[in-house]
Design a protein around this ligand. Structure first.
Ligand SMILES: Nc1ncnc2c1ncn2[C@@H]1O[C@H](COP(=O)(O)OP(=O)(O)OP(=O)(O)O)[C@@H](O)[C@H]1O
Length: 913
């Protein structure tokens, strides 16, 4: 947890002692008890928490007013030395750091508020924030954090916590670090000044002590000399005076040597003095000068002593001579003495004389010694005077020292005040900044609290992802290997399955084709549908426009025609009432259309009188297209469904047969008559040279083709139908397929034929060219009937060449080709004769299919339209059925349900072609 104002107190508890040997850190070197400021309630405020200085992220260091600056200096010095020497047990610190980081993750710089009052115990909330008592672990962690940073720089480094996620905190921390640096710099300067002062004091003290010692020594020596003089004075011996002189000389020599030693020491002290600019140097120089003066005086004293010695020697010699001379010049006295001796003895007299001379000599010596003593007393007085002067100088110097010391203390106090002031200012600034930091930190802490779980989750996810990423290549390789194996196996299986499916598909294709053929065969290769158009406005109004056609509700293959008051019934394969839609009609023919894709030839005719709806059924309208367009759409759809295996090409040609002339409706020269020829390759196939063939790929292509062909088609106005088509219109669709897997090629042809209207010439009122058109039309329709009949009756000769129509459709009518004839009839009363003819034609076509072979002879030849005109229902057609002979109509007494049943069961088999 990050706490911006966390103050660490080194308590006196065992944890603190275990974490850090605080004895090394005590400011006065007296041990741990000086650091236990935050201990019990009774603990008095002591020195600040110096161990915090070890933590080099300290923002500020407080110091009580009552603290001794010298003690602080010494403590700082000792602390710095200790810090430099200290080697932390890294493993212990690291383990502590880990323990601590598990719970806290970060530890903060230690911060001490400024100046807790002397009366306030440390650790109380005035300026001091209660710290989490983490003991040695926290402190060791702090030390470890700094040690791990690479160096211990003795308090000069001020760095903040390692985790500073926000710029604001960083800025504040940077400013605080700057303040801390400033404080540390001031502290260092103070420390240096204090060191200088201490050294100067020490020097001055030692010098003073030395001088005092010298003075004392001199005093003692003077005393000794005085005593010696007194002793000499008491002894009054000349030889002793000489000895004393020698002693004094030796003493002088010793004093000289001591003086030299002292001078050397003084020089050394001067050299050791760190502050050259210190004002006390001047004093030292003065003292040195005084000392030199004293030395000179001592030299002078010594010189005088030497002179005195010489004088004593001279005087002694002179005295000896004078004594001898005086002795010589005083014979009477000696005589007296001699007399005395003579009285007593000569020997005594001589001794007396000697004694007298000796006395004389001694008296002289005493006088001389007195003189010397007097001189020495004078010298002593002079020395005492000098001593007094020196004492005065020493006193003055001491006073000066006192003054300098007081001044120094004042300066120190001023500096201390200045330092405290700076610290206070820094602390107040730091407090303001810390307040802002607190506010930011509160938000940050909130964010951290919310982010920490997310971080943990993310970390967990990250680790999990890292593991996954690390394992991913192996997993991927393994997966790829297994996937490759599986894919290979699957491909093999698919291949074998495909082969099997292909085999089945081909078998099913063959089966389908077979079934389709069988179905078509069962239904009949030639099928006949009937479609009754609705009453139109062209039919007019009144009885002639009345509906003459009705239907069987139970059988969709039967219709009834009311003709001239009699109802004639016809049975076809399928009858579409007027309400039948184009879609319903196409549904019945689409099976034929799709067989074209399988390679069959299909022919769909629309047969009927003019205006009966042939074009409507085959072409339809734009909004409601007929078989042609729907068939092509179906072909496209089917081809797309088989595109995976088959390549299909659909081409379209459009032609018309007008007056037995074949013309290309899509060609550039529509009036050009085309010929139908055999293929030169000997295949027996027919082809039309010059017939345009368009490849169509979409419904749009079809529409263009139809539009183009429709324009070209000859339409002329007739009495019966304003837009009656007077030609057979053929849409020839060729579907060529290629099975890519087998290379099998198929070609199917779909002929969609809108036949020209079958009309009786007399009724339509045709004459001239119109009559000729009608005759061609009827002829071609009769030829079509002949061909169909020949095919169904399996005659050896099929008269395809009797008309252009049948000749062109030869390959689509023979063999396995499938043919549908859509017989269009009008329901109007006025058209019942035409309707009757068309239905008879249709029923006869259909009867060929259903009737036995024998009936072919019965039927004879295929009647033409004109023939049919004579074969009116009124003359030969049986009532109830429009059949002129024993026909399937008579056989058709069987119900439609039985017929459908037979079709479904396959028991009904048409006569094979
Ligand atoms: N099933 C039907 N539903 C609605 N209208 C039809 C239907 N059959 C034909 N008609 C309408 O009858 C009219 C004649 O039809 P259509 O032109 O198709 O006859 P047709 O047999 O083609 O004549 P022609 O032989 O002279 O060309 C047209 O107006 C057509 O729209």
């Amino acid at each position: 947890m990050i706490t911006s104002r966390t103050a660490w107190h080194l308590g006196s508890g065992p944890a603190a002692g275990a974490a850090w040997n605080t004895k090394d850190l005590a400011p006065d070197g007296r041990g741990q008890d000086r650091l236990g400021a935050g201990g019990g309630a009774g603990a008095s405020p002591r020195a600040p928490l110096l161990p915090a200085l070890l933590h080099h992220k300290i923002l500020s260091v407080s110091w009580p007013d009552s603290a001794n600056p010298r003690g602080l200096c010494r403590a700082l010095q000792a602390l710095r030395d200790t810090t430099r020497k200290r080697t932390f047990p890294m493993e212990q610190a690291a383990s502590s750091h880990r323990q601590h980081s598990d719970s806290q993750q970060q530890f903060l710089p230690v911060q001490f508020p400024a100046f807790p009052s002397a009366a306030q115990p440390l650790g109380t909330p005035h300026g001091w924030h209660s710290a989490p008592q983490r003991g040695g672990c926290a402190l060791t962690s702090s030390i470890f954090a700094h040690t791990a940073g690479g160096r211990l720089c003795g308090g000069k480094r001020a760095s903040l916590s390692t985790a500073r996620p926000f710029p604001v905190i960083q800025e504040v921390m940077a400013s605080m670090a700057h303040l801390q640096k400033e404080k540390l710099r001031l502290q260092e300067e103070l420390l240096e000044l204090q060191e200088k002062l201490t050294a100067q004091e020490n020097n001055e003290l030692s010098l003073s002590l030395q001088l005092q010692g010298q003075v004392e020594t001199l005093k003692e020596k003077l005393l000794e000399q005085a005593q010696e003089i007194s002793r000499l004075r008491s002894e009054l011996g000349g030889t002793d005076a000489e000895k004393h002189r020698d002693l004094l000389a030796a003493e002088n020599e010793r004093l000289r040597q001591e003086m030299k030693a002292l001078e050397g020491e003084l020089r050394e002290l001067q050299q050791q003095a760190p502050c050259r600019d210190c004002p006390h140097l001047q004093e030292n120089a003065e003292l040195q000068e005084q000392l030199s003066q004293l030395q000179r005086e001592a030299e002078e004293t010594r010189a005088r002593l030497v002179e005195l010695d010489l004088e004593v020697q001279q005087k002694t010699n002179r005295l000896a001579e004078e004594t001898i001379a005086s002795l010589k010049s005083q014979p009477q006295q000696i005589k007296y003495i001699i007399k005395t001796v003579e009285v007593e003895s000569a020997k005594v007299k001589q001794a007396l004389c000697e004694t007298q001379s000796r006395n004389q000599y001694l008296q002289e010596q005493v006088g001389m010694q007195k003189q010397v003593l007097k001189e020495m007393e004078q010298q002593l007085q002079s020395s005492q005077k000098t001593e007094a002067q020196l004492r005065a100088q020493i006193m003055m110097y001491e006073a000066e020292l006192e003054r300098a010391h007081g001044q120094m203390l004042e300066e120190m106090q001023a500096m201390e005040d200045e330092k405290n002031h700076a610290i206070e200012e820094a602390f107040s600034r730091a407090q303001v900044e810390m307040k802002a930091v607190h506010e930011n930190l509160a938000g940050v802490r909130t964010n951290l609290l919310t982010l920490q779980p997310a971080l943990r989750t993310l970390t967990h996810d990250y680790n999990s992802l890292k593991r996954q990423v690390r394992d991913f290549p192996l997993l991927l390789q393994e997966t790829l290997r297994s996937a490759r194996a599986e894919i290979s196996q699957a491909i093999e299986e698919v291949h074998s399955t495909n082969r099997e499916l292909l085999r089945k598909y081909r078998r099913e294709l063959q089966l389908r084709k077979k079934c389709h053929n069988e179905l078509v065969r069962l239904k009949g290769n030639i099928r006949v549908f009937g479609r009754v158009r609705p009453i139109t406005k062209e039919d007019g109004e009144g009885p002639e426009a009345a509906n003459a056609v009705t239907f069987d509700a139970d059988d969709d293959a039967v219709l009834h025609l009311l003709h001239k008051g009699k109802q004639v019934s016809f049975e076809l394969d399928k009858v579409f009432p007027p309400q039948a839609s184009q879609e319903e009609v196409f549904q019945e023919v689409q099976a034929l259309v799709t067989s074209c894709i399988d390679g069959y030839n299909v022919c769909i005719f629309a047969y009927g009188q003019t205006g009966a709806g042939k074009t409507y059924t085959m072409e339809g309208t734009a909004a409601n297209p007929g078989i042609n367009q729907r068939a092509l759409q179906l072909l496209f759809s089917e081809v797309r469904g088989k595109a995976a295996d088959w390549d299909y090409t659909i081409t379209v040609s459009a032609a018309e047969i007008y007056n037995e002339a074949l013309r290309d409706l899509l060609g550039k020269e529509p009036q050009e008559k085309l010929e139908i020829k055999l293929c030169p390759d000997g295949s027996g196939q027919l082809y039309v040279p010059g017939l345009t063939e368009f490849r169509v790929q979409s419904v749009e292509d079809i529409n263009k083709v139809f539009e183009f062909g429709h324009i070209k088609r000859v339409t002329e106005c007739t009495n019966l139908n304003e837009h009656s088509s007077r030609s057979h219109a053929l849409l020839i669709v060729t579907v060529r397929g290629l099975d890519r897997s087998t290379g099998l090629r198929t070609t199917g042809k779909l002929n969609l034929v809108d036949l020209a209207g079958s009309e009786r010439v007399g009724r339509s009122g045709a004459e001239g060219s119109r009559l000729r058109e009608a005759q061609h039309i009827n002829k071609s329709l009769s030829a079509l009937g002949d061909v169909i009949y020949a095919l169904r009756s399996r005659q050896g000769h099929v008269p395809f060449r009797n008309s252009k129509l049948t000749y062109l459709l030869q390959d689509s009518l023979s063999g396995d080709s499938k043919t549908l004839m859509m017989v269009q009839v009008s329901p109007a009363e006025k058209n019942t004769s035409e309707t009757l003819c068309s239905l008879k034609f249709a029923e006869r076509v259909r009867s060929v299919e259903l009737g036995p072979v024998s009936r072919k002879a019965e039927l004879g030849s295929w009647p033409s339209q004109e023939h049919l005109e004579g074969d009116s229902p009124g003359s030969s057609a049986p009532a109830g059925r429009g059949h002129a002979s024993p026909s399937p109509g008579q056989l058709s007494s069987r119900s439609a349900s039985i017929r459908r049943k037979l079709h479904t069961s396959g028991k009904l088999r048409s006569i094979p072609l």
